[in-house]
Design a protein around this ligand. Structure first.
Ligand code: FAD
Length: 490
């Protein structure tokens, strides 16, 4: 192979990040297939009021593409999407992206040692290397509640916000209290007549120190040497400190518990409401949510928090198990994503026609979150066990992009070779990972980090530094590199 050809599936931070890394290192036979009409991934989809990152923008941006003029410390969806567009234009990626092209199937052709990718419009494309960058949170999850289709008013998922629906003066039912709901509830609460928030489990919420950046800050970030880097380093150390609390230094969790309890006590004077909002699981088990506005929104006179189990959705609203019908004009589902169904619904077939779904019937797993035995020359971005409880996913994405670039370099330097992770290497990694995961707080509650069988499929049990060190150098010894005898080349 001279310059390997590469198909990247998905044009979010992951797909664009790996394409930039490859391109900057001279690998330019890249095609990015994106099912939507625009790039941006979750930042294109999640346009709900108040959508923003919960990691400071200085860290939630590519390390090699700093932006001195973020308007806020925690930037909003439009600014993050704008950033991605600017980056894509700068690196001339737009010509490489084929939009409106959903990948439905990928199949490894052993005789040609190439991947054939089928798209929803029936067209096939082939490449030497397949990189799946479809994200963990790109498929909204609707709750399994009876009667959803009977509701007579408008209803939508927060990731598919229907901006044509006017909420002013309406009675709005919000189902779910995850990371999206805590952003859009405070944004819509002042304008709606009544907001009924249905909560299954209370979240740990801690305050954050957001601020608007003025032209003076932008000038400082642009012109004072090292300032932006120092800020990035400070945020990075802060988040790394809390990730140490996940495994290595459990007492750190007490600080997070104290921060959450302090926010709850400070913002919710009413003891009954406070009781409803007190989590019944340890801190860090689910993602800690950062907001200064969520609790104050819940004490508004037009907001009710309902903890009674939802029995069904009825034409005029939501009926809870106690028989009460909560009338609503609009229902918003803030019920998260199908996070543990990695790559679904793409059908991926590896060597000997083995289907990835079969390999993953007990839950998705991949060596370093990127490589799967039996699937040569295929790599995943933001794959299994690379999500973080604290920290910026973009750092993980950059680690993966660098690792995959080394893989492509290897294939380029070693014609007539392949990279297929050794089953024993992948198994040993997975065993060690699962052992570590057992020591984390994520085992103490159910969350989107775990699949139906309870296996933690999404999260990395450590610091991002540890992940960086593990992925720094691709060791060819971890991989089967020779071609099978059947095609006559070794
Ligand atoms: P995505 O952004 O999901 O992009 C995947 C792309 O693949 C999409 O464009 C999708 O259309 C495309 N695609 C999917 N399937 C196919 C297919 N079959 N064929 C073709 N294309 C396909 N992380 C943080 O670290 N900090 C934060 O503050 C933060 N905030 C978040 C807020 C929200 C509302 C959400 C939903 C997520 C947030 N995340 C955050 C996590 C976020 O998912 C990652 O940070 C990052 O954006 C993931 O990028 P990605 O490219 O891997 O995935």
């Amino acid at each position: 192979m001279s310059t390997p050809s590469v198909i990247v599936v998905g044009a979010g931070f992951g797909g664009l990040g790996v394409a930039i890394e490859l391109q900057r290192n001279g690998f330019d036979k890249i095609t990015i297939l994106e099912r939507a009409a625009d790039l941006g991934g979750v930042w294109r989809e999640n346009t709900y009021p108040g959508a923003a990152c919960d990691v400071p923008s200085t860290l939630y941006s590519f390390s090699y593409e700093p932006k001195p003029d973020w308007p806020h410390r925690y930037s909003g969806q439009a600014d993050i999407l704008g950033y991605l567009h600017t980056v894509a234009v700068k690196y001339r990626l737009l010509d490489r992206i084929v939009f409106d092209t959903e990948v439905t199937e990928a199949r490894f052709d052993e005789s040609a040692q190439r991947w054939t990718v089928r798209t929803a419009n029936g067209a096939d494309r082939t490449a030497d290397v397949l990189i799946c960058a479809v994200g963990q949170l790109s498929r909204p999850r609707m709750p399994d509640i009876a009667g959803i289709d009977t509701f007579t008013g408008p209803s939508f998922h927060s990731a598919q916000w229907d901006h044509s629906v006017e909420l002013t003066g309406k009675r709005v039912a919000v189902i779910g209290t995850g990371a999206s709901a805590i952003q859009f509830v405070p944004a819509i609460a002042p304008e709606v007549e009544r907001l009924t928030l249905f909560q299954r489990t209370a979240a740990w919420v801690v305050r954050r120190t957001d601020r608007n950046y003025r032209p003076m800050h932008h000038a400082l970030f642009r012109h004072v040497p090292g300032l932006r880097l120092a800020q990035r380093l400070w945020v990075w150390c802060f988040l790394e400190f809390f990730s140490l609390g996940l495994t290595a230094i459990p007492p750190i969790r007490r600080i997070a518990t104290w921060l959450g309890t302090r926010a709850l006590r400070g913002d919710i004077p009413d003891a009954r409401l406070r009781e409803k909002l007190t989590p019944d699981y340890p801190v860090l088990c689910k993602r800690v949510l950062f907001s200064n506005e969520y609790y104050p929104a819940l004490v508004r006179p037009n907001v009710d928090v309902v903890t009674e189990h939802i029995a069904e959705v009825v034409p005029e609203g939501v009926r809870t198990a106690d028989g009460t019908v909560h009338p609503a004009d609009v229902i918003v589902y803030g019920t998260g994503f199908k996070g543990s169904e990695f790559l679904w619904p793409i059908k991926v077939f590896g060597r000997e026609g083995v289907e990835l779904d079969r390999m993953w019937d007990e839950g998705a797993r991949a060596y370093l979150g990127m490589a799967v035995p039996g699937f040569p020359n295929m790599f995943l971005m933001y794959g299994p066990n690379t999500n973080l409880g604290t920290g910026s996913i973009l750092y993980m994405i950059e680690c993966q992009a660098r690792y995959i670039r080394q893989a492509v370099r290897y294939l380029s330097d070693h014609p007539h070779s392949r990279l297929e992770v050794r089953p024993e290497t992948a198994a040993a990694f997975d065993e060690q990972l699962q052992r570590r995961l057992l020591r984390t707080p994520w085992t103490a509650c159910s969350s989107w980090y775990r699949n139906a069988a309870g296996r933690i499929t999404n999260n990395w049990p450590g610091t991002v530094t540890a992940y960086r060190l593990r992925t720094r150098t691709l060791d060819p010894a971890d991989y089967l590199t020779g071609l099978p005898d059947s095609i006559g080349i070794r």
